[in-house]
Design a protein around this ligand. Sequence first.
Ligand SMILES: [Zn+2]
Length: 120
Amino acid sequence: MPDAAARFRQEYERLNHDVYRGTLPAFPGVEVVDRKDIFSMTRTHGAGPWRVLRPFLLSAHVQGDLLLEAARHEVAHAAALLFDEDEDHGPAWQEHARRCGARQIATLDDGDPLRKDWPA
Ligand SMILES: [Zn+2]
């Protein structure tokens, strides 16, 4: 059973191949962090044609179905940042989220089934 970082990477590479035809950068890595204020985060450096994808952040508490949703959500951010300069959950991000199979909403409400294993 691959660990969370390996599964995140697997989903990034699957989407890069199947959805983006290899146009996303090589997987930048993922840093697993002990945080409960985020599930995951996409980071880049620079802007425009100089924008570079940095390692993703992934909370150590993300597991199960939430992990796949988090990976798809972040791949959509990476694509929106790199291809569309969309730094938020705007129309470009929403379209990438749709293509990646992520939910087109930015947050998960309390009581959402994907939050069932999230520490209180
Ligand atoms: Zn987001």
